[in-house]
Ligand binder design. Structure first.
Ligand SMILES: NC(=O)C1=CN([C@@H]2O[C@H](COP(=O)(O)OP(=O)(O)OC[C@H]3O[C@@H](n4cnc5c(N)ncnc54)[C@H](O)[C@@H]3O)[C@@H](O)[C@H]2O)C=CC1
Ligand SMILES: O=C([O-])CC(=O)C(=O)O
Length: 331
């Protein structure tokens, strides 16, 4: 019996993601938590004739505890989205506290659940989550994931367009680093099948993948950021986790993990110098089995992109850690 929880279930991502989970054969119970409207969303979804039993919870009456108790996987798309002109880091002040409080609930009520963080800025919210879990003595790095799947989905789609291929799903393209602007590093040189593109097409393709989020923010004109493509990407990642839990093998997703806690992570860290980084990760029934170190295979051009990403990521990660452990005193 698999219980999935969506925290932030009434939002732009939360609703379609909950719909996809309600349709999944891997989910037996689906608990929807939000500060508004979650019982209504749950009532609506509960009429769909699939097996998952859907319930909705608000903060009142220990709703977070009721939602999380017994959870196997918790997906977190709670928090505010960007408006035009904002960076993901501009969301930190509000979303950091939201993620901290939800992770505290997970530490108390379902400490062995898989935790998938969608809330931005992912480069900082995942370190926040790790520190909260450490404080409670329940941190299992094999089960904490920053969801960077949308970058992979965009890489597949935009590359197919440039390559003139009608079906983007034939592509497998690793995207490493973090989840904001130039911390997102698509490794087009490792694309399968191979893509032959000119240097100038490559530069604009990389830029489009790195700033795909901004494209949607601008097109929505102040009404939020990517929600439907994110629900698809989030569901793809949750489903990979649930397939691995069900015993399927050879499941690999790119995801932002705590490298020192994942097998193979130290090899990646010895190149990046960072504790958190998104790389292809093999998933198994107990979480991350192995971080796959593809960094030695990248092109010279991609090495340059990576150097830029390292600097931005270091600052974002430190900001998240400091939010929980406290910034060191100025001397
Ligand atoms: N990782 C990624 O690739 C992506 C991340 N995002 C991020 O996902 C987050 C959500 O985006 P949207 O769904 O568009 O926003 P939204 O505003 O439509 O929905 C957010 C939901 O979170 C709820 N919420 C707020 N505080 C909460 C709390 N303490 N506990 C539970 N729920 C709470 C709100 O009531 C709302 O229903 C944003 O931070 C956004 O930047 C968005 C797209 C891609
Ligand atoms: O751009 C945003 O703020 C939302 C996001 O993370 C994305 O679409 O990749």
């Amino acid at each position: 019996m698999v219980k999935a929880v969506v925290a932030g279930a009434s939002g732009g991502i939360g609703q379609p993601l909950s719909l996809l989970l309600k349709l999944s054969p891997y989910v037996d119970e689906l608990a929807l938590y939000d500060v508004v409207a979650s019982p209504g969303v749950a009532a609506d979804l509960s009429h769909i004739s699939t097996k998952a039993k859907v319930t909705g919870y608000l903060p009142a009456d220990d709703g977070l505890k009721a939602a999380l108790t017994g959870a196997d996987v918790v997906v977190i798309p709670a928090g505010i989205p960007r408006k035009p002109g904002m960076t993901r880091d501009d969301l930190f002040n509000i979303n950091a506290g939201i993620v901290r409080d939800l992770i505290t609930g997970i530490a108390l009520y379902c400490p062995s659940a898989f935790i998938l963080i969608i809330s931005n800025p992912v480069n900082s919210t995942v370190p926040i989550a790790a520190e909260v879990l450490k404080k409670h003595g329940v941190f299992d790095p094999k089960k904490l994931f920053g969801v960077t799947t949308l970058d992979v989905v965009r890489a597949e789609t935009f590359t197919a367009t440039v390559a003139g291929k009608p079906d983007p799903s034939v592509f497998k393209i690793p995207v490493v680093g973090g989840h904001s602007g130039d911390t997102i590093v698509p490794l087009l040189s490792l694309s399968e099948p191979k893509v032959e593109i000119s240097a100038s097409d490559r530069a604009s393709l990389v830029n489009r993948i790195q700033f795909g989020g901004d494209e949607v923010v601008q097109a929505k004109e102040g009404k939020g950021s990517a929600t439907l493509s994110m629900a698809h990407a989030g569901f793809r990642f949750v489903e990979s986790i649930l397939k691995a839990v069900a015993g399927e093998t050879d499941i690999v997703e790119n995801t932002f993990v705590y490298l020192p806690g994942v097998s193979g992570g130290d090899d990646v860290k010895s190149i990046t110098g960072l504790d958190f980084f998104s790389v292809p990760v093999e998933l198994g029934p107990y979480g991350a089995v192995k971080a796959i170190n593809i960094l030695p295979q990248v092109s010279e051009y991609e090495k340059g992109l990576l150097e830029v990403a390292y600097a931005g990521l270091a600052a974002n990660i430190k900001k998240g850690v400091d939010f929980i452990v406290g910034a060191p005193e100025a001397k």
